[in-house]
Design a protein around this ligand. Sequence first.
Ligand code: C2O
Length: 507
Amino acid sequence: AKDVYLQWDVTWVNAAPDSYERPVIGINNEWPCPQVDVDVGDRLIVDVTNSLGNQSTAIHWHGIHQYTSGTMDGASDVSQCPIPPGSTIRYNFTLDQAGTYWYHSHNMGQYPDGLRGPLIVHDPSPPFEWDDEFTVTLTDWYHQEMPELLDQYESTDNAQSNAGDEPVPDVALINDSTQSQFKVQPGKTYLVRFICVGNWPGHAFLFDDHEMTVVEIDGVWVEPYPVGERNIRIAPGQRMSVLIKTKDDASKNYAFWDTIDINMMFVYENKPIPEHYNPNATAWLVYDESLPLPPPPVINEFDFIDDLSFVPYDRTPLLEPVDHQIILNTGHTTINGISRFTINGRTYMPQQVPTLYTALTIGPKYYNNPAVYGDVNPIILKHNDVVEIVINNYHNNLHPWHLHGHQFQVLQRTNVDGGFFNGYYANVSSTPVIRDTIMVQNNGHAVIRFRADNPGVWLLHCHIEWHVEAGFVVTIIEAPDQFQNMYRSKDHIRICDAYGSPSSGNA
Ligand code: C2O
């Protein structure tokens, strides 16, 4: 194991990923942001300087458990104060999980302006073999900047025709471009790591005439699953790695094709699909640069593989029995004319004092008192309990729910209009799929389980960035009696103290 030391200056840069130039948030004056490659066991030390001038920031390491390093989770107002312009903070933690992850700003509504990139933790002894690998990011993209789009989204002004409607992306991007080419050699096996870094619709993708075999989901190796004629869906926050075998000769190039889900953007929102709207992006597997780049295949129907079809390679058994079951009824409402999402009737409000700070400073007799944590809809967990969370989705659209601090087993997940949890489990696998982000279907539900073995303060939220802004977040306060000791001795409080103690709030 080694130390990987990075110095990141977060800056505005101009970029034109689809030939429309706009300011984006880059790192060290470059965009797309760099891929971070480390090996299992390495320590990652990143000094992040905020040179944006006009916005605060913070970096979250999506999918990394941060076991005993919950102060490094990077969620603004949760595990740290945001980094103000002109300041630097150090993230410093060990990577003890192999797999495909990513990093992104976890300052409200910021990463879709560009501040996100792949984080690959290489496995010294993977269960499969490949010759080479590459990473493919998929995203929706907007010509306007997020602060402006969020203003429209949250506007109560009826003159703003799109008030309360999620802004519609201008294009889909593959590796932050509409022209990406993946150079390949004939006769080789490639591991292709897909990361959905988008903030709104799900994506479906395929290679023309190259069979994909899924081998990793959200950092978990799975039994090889050939995709065949079916389709893979990947939602904001999710990752999926596939093996592909290239052709034996280099006589032709092949299209790679991605589409963003028009059902989520229009159909379930009861909005007409604009004429000439193009939800597709194309890239190419390039065997020979002197040969033409063919158009993508035409696909009109999707047959998605369900998450529950995948089996973790190490066949981790189902966690049971359940010590603590939590039912979350999730829905949508309008509060004072503004679109808000609710969980058990409550909407999340950002905290002026990071919740971890609150949890560390309140007296022991208040540890388990939700009221002292403010409007964060807290769930308080006991150390080492097996926790089951049921997410009932009463909203007429899909939502990708992501949990910080854990990967979870997915016991069941209904189709669209599949109904709500009624206490009945259908055919639960003895080795359920394990992941950190699950797409919960409209008017349906999902049931997940994990062991509360990671003391800290973790968010559970819909990864659609509009919905994070609109309060679709709960805070999990896990084993506060344990992390009192764990984080007292660490230097995380320094992160806030460096900028003076927060001046108001409930700490
Ligand atoms: Cu990708 Cu709260 O995270």
